[in-house]
Design a protein around this ligand. Structure first.
Ligand SMILES: NC(=O)c1ccc[n+]([C@@H]2O[C@H](COP(=O)([O-])OP(=O)(O)OC[C@H]3O[C@@H](n4cnc5c(N)ncnc54)[C@H](OP(=O)(O)O)[C@@H]3O)[C@@H](O)[C@H]2O)c1
Length: 274
C-alpha cells in the first residue's frame, strides 16, 4: 500500500455513504492506495466501485481481519445490525473511530466487545469538499499515537479539534455539526429580507448567497483577524451597516437567538444518545 501522510497501514471503512465516501476521497487525495484498505458497504455506488478498483482497495471481501483503524460511518440506526458483522475487525489493538451521531463510547464498546480504543468524532457536511471541521473525543485508553492516527484520518476532510469530555461532543454537534444548516437558513432569511426591500427574488438570492460565501472565504483567509475585527472594518459609525447591526446586536437580537438554537440542538443530541 502507498503510505499517505500519517495514515495507518490498514484501515477498514464501514459504511461509504456521504460522509464515509468523503473521508475515503480525502485519504485518496493524500495518496492512499492498496489492499490495506477494506471497505464494507452493502450497496456500493458506481463511484465507489471505480475508486476501489483504481486504488486497489478491497471492497466487501469475504476474508477480513482486524485493522489498525476501523472507521464506523453507517447511520446510527444501523449500528445494531452492522456490529456483529464487524466485531472481528474491531480487535484488541484496533483504533475504532466512530462518526455516528448520538452513539456513545459505552454503546460502541458494548457492541464491539474486543475493542478497547475508541474515538468519537463529529464531522460536518463541508467535509464533502475537504473543508469540514470535526470535533473529536478520545477515550482515556487512547494514547497519543492513537490520537495522531485518528487525527490523520479525520484531517483528510478538514480541520480537527479535540474536546476533553464526551459530553462536549453534543456541544460540538450543536455548533459545527448542525452549524452549516444555520448558515444556509441565514442565506434564506437574507434573501427574503432582500425581497422585502424591493429586490427581485433571483437577485436577492444571488446577493445573499455570494455574500455569505464571500464573507466565509474572507474569514478563512484572514486567520489573524477575529470576526469582530472584520465586522468593525466594515462598520462606519452612523453608517448603514451600523444601523443594521444595532438591530442584530440588540438585547433580543441574534446572540440570544443563537444561544437558544444551540442549546436546543445540544439538548436534542443528549436525548438521542439516551
Ligand atoms: N452527513 C453529515 O453531515 C454527518 C455529519 C456528522 C456525522 N454524520 C454521521 O455519519 C454517519 C453516516 O452519515 P451519512 O450522511 O454518510 O449517511 P449515509 O450517506 O446514509 O451513509 C451510510 C452508509 O452506510 C451504509 N450501511 C448501512 N448498513 C450497513 C452495513 N450493515 N454495513 C456497512 N455499511 C452499511 C449505507 O448503505 P445503504 O445506503 O445501503 O443503507 C450507507 O452507504 C451517520 O452516523 C451520521 O450520524 C454525518
Amino acid at each position: 500500500m502507498a503510505a499517505a501522510a500519517g495514515l495507518p497501514g490498514s484501515i477498514t471503512l464501514v459504511g461509504a455513504g456521504k460522509m464515509g465516501f468523503a473521508l475515503l476521497e480525502g485519504w485518496v487525495a493524500q495518496g492512499l492506495s492498496g489492499e490495506g484498505v477494506t471497505i464494507v458497504e452493502p450497496q456500493p455506488s458506481p463511484a465507489l466501485v471505480a475508486l476501489a478498483q483504481e486504488r486497489g482497495f478491497r471492497l466487501n471481501p469475504e476474508d477480513r481481519a482486524a485493522a489498525r483503524a476501523l472507521i464506523l460511518a453507517v447511520k446510527p440506526q444501523a449500528l445494531d445490525q452492522v456490529a456483529p458483522a464487524i466485531a472481528g475487525e474491531a480487535g484488541a489493538d484496533t483504533l475504532v473511530v466512530s462518526i455516528l451521531a448520538g452513539k456513545r463510547i459505552a454503546d460502541l464498546s458494548a457492541r464491539l466487545p474486543q475493542a478497547r480504543f475508541f474515538v468519537r468524532a463529529m464531522p460536518n457536511t463541508p467535509a464533502a469538499i475537504g473543508r469540514g471541521i470535526t470535533g473529536a473525543y478520545a477515550a482515556p485508553a487512547v494514547d497519543p499515537e492513537g490520537r495522531a492516527v485518528a487525527e490523520a484520518l479525520l484531517a483528510a476532510v478538514g480541520e480537527v479539534v479535540w474536546v476533553e469530555s464526551e459530553a462536549l461532543v453534543d456541544s460540538v454537534t450543536a455548533v459545527s455539526g448542525s452549524g452549516p444548516a444555520y448558515v444556509f437558513y441565514f442565506v434564506e432569511c437574507l434573501t427574503k429580507a432582500g425581497v422585502e426591500a424591493g429586490l427581485p427574488e433571483e437577485t436577492a438570492a444571488r446577493l445573499a448567497r455570494a455574500t455569505v460565501a464571500g464573507a466565509g472565504e474572507l474569514l478563512r483567509q484572514s486567520a489573524d483577524a477575529t470576526p469582530a475585527t472584520l465586522r468593525r472594518n466594515v462598520t462606519s459609525p452612523g453608517g448603514t451597516t451600523a444601523a443594521a447591526l444595532e438591530v442584530l446586536m440588540a438585547k433580543d437580537g441574534l446572540e440570544p437567538l443563537l444561544e437558544r438554537a444551540v442549546a436546543a440542538a445540544r439538548r436534542r443530541a443528549g436525548e438521542l444518545s439516551g
